[in-house]
Ligand binder design. Structure first.
Ligand code: SF4
Length: 327
């Protein structure tokens, strides 16, 4: 919800200062309409209904996977496309993957969002509205910033959203921010008071290959990125999650696994191997190759798991739905 607009309307109506907090409490608990906010005067509820929409976003399309994953394509008020995904796990976890930007200024070659034109940074309200969309359906307990955009390039708004996520039932410990290695952003997370998890999208174990896949590596090469991760670890005393998307014949060879193992201190990193949702440029590695890669990491005592794929049948990878809609 547009909190600035809410404050303006409440101020204009001469309402006491605590009203904004009352409204937010209802919204954060998943209220779907002002009518539910029974501690607000009826006339005020009617006025807010007309003047302050409960969300800054409108739903353009929604896709549902057989595994329970729901992916929603939204438009911002100025017509920018963004996506968010609700992932439902068998153990009861409900995790929402949110976008931090419409499009992305970076151009990672394996990513559908990277092929879209960059729109703009999202506001904290627009980030929260993605999570709130699903909160209205059911309780949620995890949020990951792994949707469209590079969150640490919009770090003020991302952190402002994180501050309010606990109101929705998502603690900071259950919030993860994923970066492609934007060093100033990693340092900012290391310094921040909230115990937010850091995920590093590494995807290649050497600078040559990484620069081919991710242009950002020319700006922040591997050694600088890993040094920033070490600063985060020293300060937060938490492991860093390393994301590694498995591209057939590109970064999934045994020598890549050995190189990766040599880069990472087994005590400080946990690797997530991500089966690839093909977006055209690459094929995904077979389950056998992924397992071979994982086994080599394990031989070197680097903990690694293969990420459960969610929503494969609905183009659930970052940017796929928006890219399709724009085509
Ligand atoms: S992977 Fe992330 S940083 Fe790279 S283009 Fe896609 S959204 Fe941007």
């Amino acid at each position: 919800m547009d909190t600035q607009r809410l404050n303006e309307v409440l101020g204009d109506a001469g309402e006491p200062a605590y009203r904004a907090a009352q409204v937010w409490e209802w919204v954060a608990k998943g209220a779907a309409e002002y009518g539910e906010m029974t501690n607000l005067p009826a006339a005020l509820r009617e006025r807010l209904e007309v003047e302050v929409p409960l969300s800054t976003l409108s739903v353009c399309a929604e896709a549902r996977s057989d595994d329970g994953t729901v992916k929603t394509l939204f438009n911002t008020a100025d017509g920018r496309p963004i996506e968010a995904v609700l992932m439902r796990y068998r153990d009861g976890r409900r995790s929402v993957c949110v976008s931090s930007q419409s499009g992305c200024p970076l151009t990672c070659t394996f990513c559908a969002t990277g092929k879209m034109k960059f729109g703009r940074n999202l506001s904290a309200d627009e980030i929260l509205d993605q999570a709130l969309h699903f909160r209205r359906v059911e309780p949620i307990d995890h949020v990951v910033f792994m949707g469209m955009g590079e969150p640490t390039m919009n770090v003020d708004n991302v952190l402002a959203a994180c501050e309010r996520l606990p109101d929705l039932g998502v603690t900071n410990r259950r919030t993860a921010i994923s970066t492609v290695g934007w060093v100033p952003g990693i340092d900012r997370l290391a310094e921040c008071e909230m115990p937010i998890a850091l995920a590093l999208s590494l995807h290649a174990p050497n600078d040559g290959l990484r620069s081919q896949l991710m242009a950002v590596n020319d700006r922040f090469p591997l050694a600088e990125v890993l040094a920033a991760c070490e600063r985060y670890r020293a300060r937060r005393r938490r492991k860093v999650f390393v994301e590694y998307v498995m591209l057939d014949g590109v970064n999934d060879l045994p020598e890549h696994a050995r190189e990766l193992a040599a880069l990472l201190d087994p005590r400080g990193y946990k690797v997530n191997l991500i089966p690839y949702n093909p977006t055209g440029a690459y094929d995904g590695s077979s389950p056998e190759r992924i397992e071979r890669f994982r086994a080599i990491l394990a031989e070197h005592r680097v903990p690694a798991t293969v990420r459960l794929t969610r929503g494969r049948d609905i183009d659930a990878a970052c940017g796929q739905l928006a890219a399709k809609a724009a085509a």
